[in-house]
Design a binder for this molecule. Structure first.
Ligand code: URA
Length: 214
């Protein structure tokens, strides 16, 4: 089934990304732009969200339309920077359930592990949307996807603001043979990673730019 990659191609997204990347953009503006970008990206990312038909009466006639199926999609921001994307996503799908995943990498073994987890134990049949602004090496996202697949997620879409080719390649090779649909929706595909693992040209450390250096 493989991994589907969707790189946004829209002048409004390009405009907002340019302001976001600018090192002179302050945190409040950065947070506002991130929210707006997530709403635009989520519009594309939810194209395959499951709906069911529902019969209603308009003031004029009987009508059968579509509404979101239950159980609702699960939105999972990856702590810390993914939190900056949550508001935009829940504005678009106010009834989504929200789970949280905090991930850290052991600097000796280079193995990622979860340090915080507040998610339904059973995700069987659920559509899951991961929020993580920067797809750099792909290590965190691979770990998060594995974690959600183990709990039975039916399909997984990751929404990122920026992605590096190295990260996309890592996700593709990790999940190429799996029979679960995995989609990456990103605002832009940048040039490369630098020696410190930052996306180039990128926007710097997304968590710091959202919330300041702690
Ligand atoms: N994480 C960030 O916040 N920025 C990068 O450039 C890479 C990973």
């Amino acid at each position: 089934m493989g991994v589907k990659i969707h790189v946004a191609n829209h002048p409004l997204i390009a405009h907002k990304l340019t302001v976001l990347r600018d090192k002179n953009t302050n945190s409040p503006t950065f947070r506002g732009l991130t929210e707006e970008l997530v709403m635009l990206l989520a519009y594309e990312a939810t194209r395959e969200v499951i709906t069911v038909s529902k019969s209603i009466q308009t003031p004029v006639a009987a009508y059968t339309g579509e509404v979101l199926a239950k159980p609702r999609p699960v939105v999972v921001p990856i702590l810390r920077a993914g939190l900056g994307m949550l508001e935009g996503m829940t504005r678009l799908i106010p009834t989504a359930e929200v789970g949280f995943l905090g991930m850290v990498r052991n600097e000796e073994t280079l193995q990622a592990s979860t340090y915080a987890n507040r998610l339904p134990e059973d995700l069987t049949g659920r559509q899951v949307y991961i929020l993580d602004p920067m797809l750099a090496t792909g290590g965190t996202l691979i770990m998060a996807i594995e974690y959600l697949l183990e709990r039975g997620a039916k399909d997984i879409t990751a929404i990122t603001i920026l992605a590096a080719p190295e990260g996309i390649a890592a996700i593709e090779s990790a999940f190429a043979g799996r029979d679960v649909p995995i989609t990456i929706v990103t605002g832009a595909l940048d040039e490369k990673l630098n020696e410190k693992g930052y996306i180039v040209p990128g926007l710097g450390d997304a968590g710091d730019r959202l919330y300041g250096v702690v």
